[in-house]
Every structure is written in structure tokens, then in C-alpha cells.
Write a protein that binds this ligand. Structure first.
Ligand code: ACO
Length: 378
């Protein structure tokens, strides 16, 4: 291998063979198990989509009922986990708190029976069920309150909204939120999924797999972008300030959060759907001033960087929607994680089906045969 073979960021290098999702970055198409994302967002629900991603087919009604029942009955987290989160600094980032809670979950369920489908199913159910509870729990804990208990009469999505703000969730908002979860559930070989697969390939437990992926998700170039988009829209403050702000940022060589993508050369199809959801929220619950700023920014970005194939990605509108749903900005990435755990688990399972530990090579560009200099002579 020569230095010519090195691709920074592994750009274009296949890291796995996968049947889970497909993306065409030139035409802006995304499919989960061959089904267009637009159809899933319109007709499916998050738990059904998670089942599809993980087991490779849509569940029949009985299978779905059984799966939903299991997930809904595993939503509690142990009081020791809650106590552990109470010891976390209240100003710490919520994603770090949830990542730590997920890693700690493995303390309770660390048996590694990877050839037992029942073990795989239990791990899937627990992770899907408990992560939303942990996100909502830390939100209350950091405000000095005790977390709420899940309500068995509420479905997966509505219960999470209830756990966060202790109010009967609005059905339309809950449906929009569920669509957001579907749109965030999986996206081929992105950074956090790669992280999940690398960790899975060592045959560690699934809680470590998800915790490692969560750590990767948090960065501002990946799942952390939605939080920064909201900060950016707040800094811009008005439609009139969009162009001056953009000129200033681009002149300083800064990136505009929520734009650009390694794969998409057109607008991210998820961003298209999310924009429609943001519009619905504005129409039904009153126009959000940040929505107007976002539209003006997207248009200005098209004029400035559209010809370089830098367009809005999924994170551009997700922050707006999450804000309109009443979530604090610093839990946006944790919400992304609630959804993406479905994709990570699908990749965990697929990795186990044909595992070989990841062990890529490197190109050494350092020195050789250097003398060791004793500390007194340095
Ligand atoms: N704003 C301004 N310029 C940009 C942006 C942006 N958002 N994105 C890319 N560019 C420019 C880069 O400066 C670079 O220019 P150069 O060739 O003159 O140096 C060129 O486009 C290529 O950028 P790369 O960083 O090489 O592209 P890469 O594929 O490695 O990165 C990424 C993709 C990280 C998403 C990038 O577009 C970015 O930083 N976007 C902002 C952060 C963001 O929104 N992340 C969320 C992505 S979606 C997700 O993870 C779920």
C-alpha cells in the first residue's frame, strides 16, 4: 500500500457490506431495508421502523403488538441508575449523562450470549425502552426534581413527551415527533454507526456498543450540529441579519451548521421532510420566528454555496422542530440518540452475523532509528 491509498475520513472506502439502509447522494434518496424514507415517515411509526431496521422485515400485527408490549414494559430504569445520575454535575452535557447511564446499564445485563436470539431481542428491547427514560430522567434531575414514572396508557413517543414535561401530550405534536424519530433512525455508514460496528466487532456487550456510538454522535460535525443550528439562528436574530451574518462567517472561514454532507450532493431528503414538519408546527401552533430566519438562511446558502453542492442536511430543521416541541437545546442530540439507537442496534446485529474484528492499517509517516536521550540530557 502506498500513501496514495490513504483517504482522510475514509472517504469512499466501504467499511461493511450491509442490507440495512441505502442512500443515493446524487438524487437524494434514502431507503431503510429498501423502503423509501418518505413512505416510512408517512405511514409507519418509530417502533415499527426500529423493528424493520433490526430484523429486516416489517412485523405482522401480532409481532408488532408483542414487540411494542415488551418495549413499553421495559421503560423503567433502576433506582441505582437514577441515583448515579443524581451525582452528575447538573451543568454537564445531557448526552454525556445518558451515555454514562447506557454504559452503566451493561452492569445489569452484561451476559454475552450472541448466538442466542432471545439475548439479542432482550438487549434491543431494553435499549430502545430505557434510553428515552434516561434522557427525561436527567432533564428532571438537573433541575433538582425527581424523574417521572412512565405511563402504561401512552405509546412510546407520547410517553417520552409526557416524561419530559408531565403534561398530556398533544396528539399532533406526538405524531410529528414520531416522524422525526423515524427520520433519524438510521443513515448507512456514518461516524457513530462506524463506531458502533467497530465496538461490536470486538464482541463486547451491546450497551458498550451503544455508549461508544453515543460518544461519537455528540460532536458538532455529526449529531451535535442541531444544537448549534439553534444557537446560530438565535445569534442571527432577524431575517435582515441573515446575509451580513453569512458573509461574516464565510469570510472568517467558518462552517455553517446544518449544511453540507459527505454523501448528499443535493438537499438531504430528511431535511425536505423535516422542513414540512416544521411548517406544519408553525401553521398549527403559531409561526416560529426562527422558522423565517431558517428559510432565509437556506436561500442565502443556496446562492452562496449551492454550486459547491453544499445544501441543508437533516440537522438544519431538526433543531427548529425540537425547539417548537419545547425541548431544551442541549438535549437535541440526546433525542437524536433515542432514534439512532435503532440503527446502531441493527448494525450491531448485522455485524455479529458475519463478524470479523475491525483492524485497519495505517501509513506510518514518522521517523525510524531515533536515539533514546536520557532525561538529564534533554
Ligand atoms: N459550511 C461552509 N462550508 C462547508 C460546510 C458548511 N456547513 N460544509 C462543507 N463545507 C466546505 C468545507 O469548508 C470544504 O471547503 P474547502 O474544500 O474549501 O476546504 C468543503 O466544503 C468540503 O468539506 P469537508 O469538510 O471536506 O466535507 P466532509 O464531507 O468531510 O464533511 C460535514 C461533511 C462534516 C457534514 C461538513 O459538511 C460540515 O462540517 N457541516 C457542518 C456540520 C453539520 O451540519 N453536521 C451535520 C451533518 S449530518 C449528520 O451528521 C447527521
Amino acid at each position: 500500500m502506498t500513501t496514495c491509498d490513504y483517504e482522510p475520513g475514509l472517504d469512499g472506502i466501504p467499511a461493511a457490506q450491509s442490507r440495512i439502509s441505502y442512500v443515493d447522494g446524487q438524487t437524494g434518496q434514502l431507503e431503510y431495508r429498501g423502503i423509501p424514507i418518505t413512505d416510512l415517515a408517512q405511514h409507519s411509526n418509530f417502533l415499527e421502523t426500529a423493528f424493520l431496521l433490526i430484523w429486516g422485515h416489517l412485523p405482522n400485527p401480532e409481532d408488532f403488538e408483542a414487540f411494542q408490549y415488551e418495549v413499553l414494559h421495559h421503560r423503567r430504569i433502576k433506582y441505582r441508575l437514577v441515583d448515579m445520575m443524581k451525582c452528575f454535575p447538573e451543568r454537564g452535557h445531557p448526552l454525556d449523562a445518558v451515555q454514562a447511564a447506557v454504559a452503566a446499564l451493561g452492569l445489569y445485563h452484561s451476559r454475552r450470549a450472541f448466538n442466542d436470539p432471545a439475548y439479542i431481542r432482550r438487549a434491543v428491547v431494553r435499549l430502545l425502552a430505557k434510553i428515552p427514560t434516561a434522557v427525561a430522567a436527567f432533564e428532571h434531575i438537573r433541575q433538582g426534581n425527581d424523574p417521572l414514572r412512565s405511563r402504561d396508557d401512552l405509546n412510546y413517543t407520547a410517553n417520552f413527551l409526557y416524561l419530559l414535561d408531565e403534561q398530556e401530550p398533544d396528539a399532533k405534536k406526538a405524531h410529528i415527533f414520531d416522524q422525526c424519530l423515524i427520520l433519524h433512525a438510521e443513515h448507512t455508514m456514518n461516524a457513530s454507526t462506524f463506531s458502533a460496528r467497530v465496538t461490536a466487532s470486538t464482541l463486547t456487550d451491546p450497551y458498550a456498543v451503544v455508549a461508544s456510538a453515543m460518544g461519537t454522535l455528540g460532536g458538532r460535525l455529526h449529531g451535535g450540529a442541531n444544537e448549534e443550528v439553534m444557537q446560530m439562528l438565535t445569534d442571527i436574530g432577524s431575517v435582515e441579519n441573515v446575509k451580513p451574518y453569512l458573509d461574516q462567517q464565510l469570510a472568517a472561514g467558518r462552517r455553517i451548521m446544518g449544511f453540507g454532507h459527505r454523501i448528499y450532493k443535493v438537499k438531504d431528503p430528511r431535511a425536505r421532510i423535516m422542513q414540512g414538519l416544521a411548517e406544519q408546527l408553525s401553521e398549527n401552533y403559531g409561526c416560529d420566528r426562527y422558522y423565517g430566519i431558517a428559510l432565509a438562511l437556506e436561500q442565502a446558502m443556496e446562492e452562496r454555496l449551492g454550486d459547491r453542492q453544499i445544501h441543508a442536511n437533516v440537522e438544519f430543521y431538526s433543531g427548529l422542530i425540537f425547539r417548537q416541541l419545547g425541548f431544551p437545546a442541549d438535549i437535541f442530540t440526546s433525542i437524536f440518540a433515542i432514534a439512532r439507537v435503532a440503527g446502531w442496534l441493527a448494525h450491531w446485529k448485522e455485524q455479529l452475523d458475519a463478524n470479523r474484528i475491525y483492524r485497519p492499517s495505517q501509513i506510518y509517516i514518522g521517523q525510524h532509528d531515533q536515539p533514546y536521550i536520557p532525561v538529564v540530557d534533554r
